[in-house]
Design a protein around this ligand. Sequence first.
Ligand code: SF4
Ligand code: SF4
Length: 286
Amino acid sequence: MKTKKSKSAIIRIVIQIFFFLLVFMVSISKWLAEKGIKLPFLPEVSLHAICPFGGIETLYGFAATGSFIQKIHNSSFILMIIGILVALLFGAIFCGYICPFGTFQEWIGKLGKKLLGKRYNSLIPKKLDSILRYLRYVVLALVVYQTAITSKLLFQNMDPYYALFNFFTNEVALSAYIVLGVIAVLSLFIERPWCKYFCPYGAFLGLFNLFRVFKIRRNKNTCISCGKCDRVCPMNIEVSKKEAVRSHQCISCHKCTSEVSCPIKDTVVISTNKLSEEKEGVKVEA
Ligand code: SF4
Ligand code: SF4
């Protein structure tokens, strides 16, 4: 069994910390700039300018009028396009590696795992959970529709990500603080509850898992059915029952892979091709 963190797992943690700090510093820089204090090396841009979901929100307005809605910048649109291209290749990897709100939930989840042990992330009955997983598409449809008819970013008033990185300003609506508090508490019991049930951008990116180029694939010939890949998956995907993960819920965190958790070399991999049926020399890593 692997005990030490793999190189891939460490790289992911470093990337997550980097983007968490970057977003936090950008937000502070903007807040200080409004008070006349300029921080070196940091842009004075709002969080909306570095959020790819802003591009999705303004898509209808842009198609209809050729202009962006209030508070949305060119950069959001460019980030949206980059996000789509990356998702076409790797699925919702933004959620697993970059999104600082996903990272925030994951960090709280570490405490939840310590408190609840094996019961963590398995408290919601499977049937209810599988229905709730589609709730985020309802949120996505509502956000896009509301933004289209009002040309305003009303979602900001419910957005826990915006509340988390702007908690020190007076721009956050009480409702957003409440959503943030609820998600923080839920994260003690459920891994990434916002990502699973509510996040509209995760819902959008998750669609690309159906036809992404580089898929998470399991070699059924070398798999020993130990179930470790299932246990480590934050999104409760049963990797051990699939040959390719196509779930809209996969966040491409790569925790299930042989590089990180699966004890059999080259059994869960990121690949464009179907895995060979005749692999030999199975090696269990220490
Ligand atoms: S962790 Fe690897 S060996 Fe174990 S069930 Fe998953 S794919 Fe099979
Ligand atoms: S299937 Fe693998 S890559 Fe996808 S969310 Fe689960 S652990 Fe992460």
